[in-house]
Design a protein around this ligand. Structure first.
Ligand code: UD1
Ligand code: UDP
Length: 403
């Protein structure tokens, strides 16, 4: 059986890693990279660190307007499927696998579907119910083109049932459980804290890259002003014990009466900056303001191993990322999601993830809030047992292998 995985952006590569490990022993697994992400720090580093072989084909599409990017990807993929037949042996794929919600995901599903190749969607059924997001449109369209839909949670299964998708839906759990577990073997030895002169639990890890967050001057300005105010925190004395091992979050050591100004530790903000965000800050003349802040450490986008270590040792995570919300939850680190909604609604339970708008005062308040009210962290039950890639492989062979 020949399976072609189509990937193109950072979150696609992360999800590809356990799937490749699982599939490659049992079938011909071909990887096509659309070229959507192309900087070393946004692409190659993930192949290297997560032990994914170099893509068999890279279409090199790069950054274009969204419509042109998707159109070029479909054209390039169709060419590979039909005309060149260079995808491994000179046969068409039996199945195309796509991941998540990027433009590469939708283009992959569309190109396969047009050419009568069945599509399976990894991380299917997530919804933010906000169709202004390109990711929401990509997910909905991909789900309706798919023959096999791998839903990570019960909520995702329910969303697909409501939409009456025509393919077969399977609740697989989420790949992040095994990704984090595997990567932690390396992250635990990461020296990134020393390199950045950081003490565990005294820094906030910040990421922001979504189009709707980064295009607005006001959002960027409010974030910078929030950073300017975030100087001290009441540090919790929790030790870093590693993902999946719940910590007591220093509840026994917390200081219920501690208010701003009575705190013990200076806070740092670590911001591995996405190229989209850097460009937007520069075009709004705000980049210099940001790098002028002494408590903010800007870095290039980070490789996965160091990034996971930063999540694990951060005091809190502030992000608009999908994947990072889940990873913070799995590491038992409180997360603040600077968005109106989240697809990962389970992480909101117990207060582990909080939605926050782009107002400076609200961001500062929620970052400084003590974690006294955190409920049970139910990540194991919610995201499965870490065997998602195996379930996906078995489901594929069950459906497509001729008996
Ligand atoms: C894409 C995904 C988003 C995902 C994110 C992960 C879509 C619609 N969006 O957003 O869901 O969360 O990836 O990181 O697919 N750029 C570079 N170097 C690169 C890649 C991009 O400089 O290697 C710059 C370019 O100026 C480009 C901009 O970043 O125009 C945005 O890149 P693009 O791939 O269009 O979207 P992302 O914001 O990365
Ligand atoms: N990530 C990383 N380095 C960074 C930022 C993110 O390794 O500097 C990882 C992150 O842990 C996640 C993946 O990249 O697993 C995708 O995250 P991103 O925020 O780019 O995309 P999203 O999940 O929002 O689609």
């Amino acid at each position: 059986m020949k399976i072609v995985s189509i990937v193109g952006a950072r979150p696609n590569f992360v999800k590809l890693s356990p799937i490749h490990r699982s599939l490659s022993q049992y079938c011909d697994h071909v990887i096509i990279h659309t070229g959507q992400h192309y900087d070393f720090d946004m692409s190659n580093v993930f192949f290297k660190e997560l032990q994914i072989p170099a893509p068999d084909i890279n279409l090199g599409i790069g950054s274009l307007t969204p419509g042109a990017q998707i159109a070029e990807m479909i054209k390039g993929l169709e060419n590979e499927f039909i005309q060149n037949k260079q995808v491994g042996a000179a046969t068409e794929p039996d199945l195309v696998l796509v991941y998540g919600d990027t433009n590469s995901t939708f283009a992959g599903a569309m190109a396969a579907s047009i050419n009568q190749i069945p599509v399976a969607h990894v991380e299917s059924g997530l919804r933010s119910f906000d169709r202004r997001m390109p990711e929401e449109r990509n997910r909905i369209l991909t789900d309706h083109l798919s023959d096999l839909l791998f839903a990570p949670t019960g909520t995702a299964v329910a969303n697909l049932e409501v939409e009456h998708v025509s393919g077969k839906v399977i609740n697989t759990g989420d790949l992040s459980v095994e990704i984090v577990k595997e990567a932690w073997k390396f992250s635990r030895n990461s020296k990134i804290l020393e390199e950045l002169s950081l003490k565990p639990k005294t820094f906030v890890l910040f990421t922001m890259h979504r189009a709707e967050s980064t295009e607005s001057y006001s959002n960027l300005k409010e974030i910078i002003e929030a950073f300017r105010e975030l100087k001290f925190i009441g540090v919790e004395d929790s030790l870093s014990v590693g993902p999946g091992q719940p910590m007591d979050h220093g509840l026994s050591n917390s200081k219920p009466n501690m208010r701003y100004g009575e705190t013990r530790e200076q806070i740092q903000i670590v911001f591995p900056i996405h190229p989209r965000t850097e460009k937007s800050l520069k075009s709004h003349d705000l980049y210099e303001d940001l790098i002028g802040l002494e408590n903010v450490k800007i870095t290039k986008p980070m490789g996965y191993i160091n990034f996971l270590r930063l999540i694990q040792d951060s005091y809190k995570v502030v992000t608009d990322s999908g994947g990072v919300q889940k990873e913070a939850y799995l590491c038992s680190v409180p997360c603040i999601t600077i968005r109106k909604s989240t697809e990962w609604v389970e992480t909101l339970e117990g207060g582990w993830n909080k939605l926050c708008n782009f107002r400076k005062n609200d961001i500062v308040d929620v970052v400084l809030q003590q974690n006294l009210k955190l409920g049970k962290n139910n990540s194991k039950a919610i995201y499965g047992n870490g065997n998602t890639s195996e379930i996906i492989r078995e489901s594929i062979f069950h459906r497509y292998t001729k008996k």
